[in-house]
Write a protein that binds this ligand. Structure first.
Ligand code: PLP
Length: 411
C-alpha cells in the first residue's frame, strides 16, 4: 500500500497569505467602493527592462532556427552565464569564486528549499525568527523539524534564533556549543521580513561560529542588490573562512524583476566540505538527477543583466523600490512608529501602535485606512506585535498610503 510522507500532515495551513486575502476579500465585498492600496506584496511590479526583453527576443529567434536551436542545456547552467556571474558578482569585487562553484537554478525559493536534499535528516537546523517561511516548511517536509506546537508557533526540533528590538532584528549567534550547536544555519540578509542587514562584524561572528561548530551556513542573499551602504557585505564570501562553511543563494527576481521569468543561482565553493565530502559535488549530482536546467532564453536574459546597459537598467529598478521603501520608512517615523529596514532593503518592519497584535493592526490598516500589509506574526513567534510593508508598489500608491498612515489617528 502506498504511504504518504506523513511530515506533510504536520504542516500548519498556509495561514498567512490566505488569511490576508480572506480578510481583504471580506472587506471589499462589504465595501465595494473602497480604494485599497496594497503594501503587502513581496512581488515586483515594474516590467522587465529593455535589455532583458531584447535578450528574450534574441533567444526566441535562435530557438526558431535549426542552426541555433538549443534543446537540453547543461544542468548546472550555460557557461556564458556562470562566467558572467563569477566575474561580475564576485571576482571584480575581490571574491574568489569560479564558474563551476555556481549552479544556475529556477529560483532561490526552489534552491533554498531543495538544498536539504544533500544534508542528512539528523542535522540540527537553526533559523532566525522571524523568518522567510520556506526554510522552516521544507525542513518540516523532510522530517528535520520534528512536531509543530500551535501554542508556541514553533517546531520542537528547530533552533529558533530570535530577532528582536534588543538586537535590532539582527540575531546574535546562539549560546549553544558542542552537541547542542546547530549543524545547519539559515541566514538571510538583507532580511525578509525585517529589512535589516548584517554588518561585516556580525557576519564574521556567524562565520566564526559555524567554523567552530562544523556547521554549514545557508546564506540567502536574494536582496543583496538593495544594499547601498558600502560597509555592508553583499556576499557571505566577503568574510574570510566563509568559503569553508557557507552556501550562498542569489536570485534575479528582486533586482531584475524575474519573479515571473525564474532564474537564480547557488554558490557552493569547491573548498566547502562536510566530513571530507565536497558539497559542490553532491549538489552537482543532485542537479544532474533532478533538474534539467533553466530555459536557455531565460539564462540569456539573466546574462543581459550584466551588460553595461542591463546593469544600469537593473539599478534603476532597484532605486525605484528603494525610494518607495525610504518614503514608507520616513513617513512611518514621522508618524511616530518605530521602524527597521527600508534602507538597503525593500522591506520596512514596524512595531504596531498601542500594543496591538499584528492582526489587530492589520485590521486597523485595512478597515480604517484601506491599506493592506503583512502581519509580522505570520513570519514566526518573534514577529508578534510587528508588521511588514514593502516598497514594491507604485510610487503613487506608496505616497498615498503613507499620507493615510500619517493622518491615521492611532499614534
Ligand atoms: N528568499 C527570500 C528571502 C525571499 O523573500 C524570496 C521571495 O520572496 C525568495 C528567496 C524567492 O526568490 P525567487 O523568486 O528567486 O524564488
Amino acid at each position: 500500500m502506498a504511504k504518504i510522507n506523513e511530515n506533510f500532515l504536520k504542516l500548519p495551513g498556509s495561514y498567512l497569505f490566505s488569511e490576508v486575502a480572506k480578510r481583504r476579500r471580506a472587506y471589499v465585498e462589504a465595501h465595494p467602493d473602497a480604494d485599497i492600496i496594497s503594501l503587502g506584496i513581496g512581488d515586483v511590479t515594474l516590467p522587465l527592462t529593455p535589455s532583458v526583453i531584447g535578450a528574450l527576443h534574441k533567444g526566441v529567434d535562435e530557438m526558431s532556427r535549426a542552426e541555433t536551436f538549443r534543446g537540453y542545456g547543461p544542468e548546472q547552467g550555460y557557461a556564458f552565464l556562470r562566467e558572467s556571474i563569477a566575474r561580475c558578482d564576485y571576482v571584480e569585487k575581490g571574491i574568489s569564486i569560479e564558474p563551476d562553484d555556481i549552479f544556475i537554478g529556477d529560483g532561490a525559493k526552489s534552491d533554498t528549499g531543495n538544498i536539504g536534499d544533500i544534508f542528512g535528516l539528523d542535522n540540527k537546523v537553526a533559523v532566525c525568527d522571524p523568518v522567510y517561511p520556506v526554510y522552516i516548511d521544507t525542513n518540516a517536509m523532510a522530517g528535520r523539524a520534528g512536531n509543530y506546537d500551535a501554542a508556541t508557533g514553533k517546531w520542537d526540533r528547530l533552533i529558533y534564533v530570535p530577532g528582536n528590538e534588543d538586537n535590532d532584528f539582527v540575531p546574535d549567534v546562539p549560546d549553544l556549543r558542542g552537541d547542542d550547536a546547530p549543524d545547519l544555519i539559515y541566514l538571510c540578509f538583507p532580511n525578509n521580513p525585517t529589512g535589516t542587514v548584517a554588518t561585516r562584524s556580525q557576519l564574521k561572528s556567524w562565520v566564526d561560529y559555524a567554523l567552530e561548530n562544523d556547521a554549514v551556513i545557508l546564506f540567502d542573499a536574494a536582496y543583496e542588490a538593495y544594499i547601498t551602504d558600502p560597509e555592508i557585505p553583499h556576499s557571505i564570501y566577503e568574510i574570510p573562512g566563509a568559503e569553508l562553511c557557507a552556501i550562498e543563494f542569489r536570485s534575479f527576481s528582486k533586482n531584475a524583476g524575474f519573479t515571473g521569468l525564474r532564474c537564480s543561482y547557488t554558490v557552493i565553493p569547491k573548498t566547502l566540505k562536510v566530513g571530507g565530502v565536497s558539497l559542490n559535488s553532491l549538489w552537482n549530482r543532485r542537479h544532474n538527477t533532478k533538474f534539467n536546467g533553466t530555459p536557455y532564453i531565460v539564462q540569456l536574459a539573466a546574462d543581459s543583466v550584466y551588460s553595461a546597459e542591463g546593469s544600469a537598467e537593473t539599478e534603476g529598478l532597484v532605486r525605484y523600490y528603494l525610494k518607495n521603501a525610504d518614503i514608507i520608512r520616513r513617513g512611518l517615523s514621522e508618524a511616530g512608529y518605530r521602524v527597521w529596514g527600508g534602507v538597503n532593503s525593500p522591506y520596512v518592519w514596524l512595531k504596531t501602535s498601542s500594543g496591538m497584535s499584528s492582526w489587530e493592526f492589520f485590521d486597523y490598516l485595512l478597515k480604517e485606512l484601506n491599506i493592506v500589509g503583512t502581519p509580522g506574526s505570520g513570519f514566526g513567534p518573534s514577529g508578534a506585535g510587528y508588521f511588514r510593508l514593502t516598497g514594491f508598489g507604485s510610487r503613487e500608491n506608496t505616497l498615498r498610503a503613507v499620507d493615510r498612515i500619517k493622518k491615521g489617528k492611532l499614534l
